[in-house]
Design a protein around this ligand. Structure first.
Ligand code: SF4
Length: 115
């Protein structure tokens, strides 16, 4: 079979293998941290606004959220998906976006075992 006999849109085994190797090389050149880094949430994002999220718990409007205290931070919330030393990490409320360790939103709930 000649290459000209192959209908357009079909990929030969050789072409597929070449593309797979090239793709693997590109992935290998990208640092793992860059692949894992999720975008950070903006305070203006729809979900952030609806939850009253702030990057800094000290910036939360106490009149609007009277149950908020300055000791409530994302890092000590049960939804925090990072470690105690991570400055940014995931949260179940924000999907793939990262939130700040010093942040807060109205869904805050104490991490079990945290004092
Ligand atoms: S649910 Fe908890 S960890 Fe997530 S943004 Fe709100 S306070 Fe932060």
């Amino acid at each position: 079979m000649l290459m000209n006999d192959i209908p357009q849109g079909l990929v030969t085994r050789r072409a597929f293998a070449g593309r797979a190797i090239a793709g693997g090389c590109i992935v290998a050149l990208v640092p793992a941290a860059a692949l894992a880094a999720a975008p950070r949430v903006e305070e203006s994002d729809e979900t952030a606004v609806s939850l009253g999220y702030k990057h800094d718990t000290k910036a939360v409007d106490g009149k609007k959220y009277p149950k908020h205290t300055a000791s409530q931070r994302c890092v000590n919330c049960a939804m925090w998906q990072g470690t105690a030393s991570d400055p940014w990490a995931g949260c179940a409320m924000f999907g793939r976006k990262q939130i700040a360790a010093e942040g807060w939103c109205m869904a805050w709930v104490a991490k079990p075992g945290a004092s």
